[in-house]
Design a protein. Structure first.
Length: 167
């Protein structure tokens, strides 16, 4: 199955982690890769490393905000694509967090992402993708798409990102 968590609201990564935990509870082999996010920044990374060992990989350099940093961000994304491709045949479920963000920024190409989707299908591996900006070509292929919609967010009221809640 190809599952996608998208939208402008909170919860895409959290929902993806939930599926990973559920799969682990069913003794499935799980991998979890993060585009964009720096290793060691978020609480979920500490737990995922403990649960998944080498099947967890955060390759990001943070949000892509400066065009002059494109080459280093693209190189980091390429490393995660290679890691994911190498892991696929030995997993039952692979989560690629912020894959849509990396795609939308042009750090991952449609061909690269399609290659992972095709390989996951050939291996019988469930694939979960998250991030904002779901393109139509990908929505058509997905088995399940969940859109997170922001109704209200504390940040807009001046509350900074909260440890354990946002990271």
């Amino acid at each position: 199955m190809l599952l996608i968590h998208t939208g402008n609201g909170k919860g895409k990564t959290t929902a993806s982690i939930g599926i990973a935990i559920r799969a682990l509870g069913q003794q499935m082999r799980v991998g979890f890769g993060q585009f964009m996010k720096r290793d060691g920044q978020a609480g979920e990374q500490n737990m995922l490393k403990q649960l998944l060992n080498d099947n967890f990989h955060a390759e990001g350099l943070g949000f892509f905000t400066r065009e002059e940093d494109r080459k280093i961000h693209a190189a980091a994304a390429e490393k995660l694509v290679s890691w994911a491709s190498a892991k696929l045949e030995n997993l039952d479920l692979l989560v690629l967090d912020e894959a849509l963000y990396a795609l939308g920024c042009g750090l991952v190409s449609q061909a690269q992402l399609q290659g992972l989707i095709d390989k996951a299908g050939a291996c019988g591996t469930h694939l979960v993708l998250s991030g904002r900006g779901l393109p139509g070509w990908l929505e058509k292929q997905a088995d399940t798409v969940t859109e997170m919609t922001e109704v209200k967010h504390a940040y807009k009221s001046g509350v900074p990102a909260t440890r354990g809640i946002e990271f």
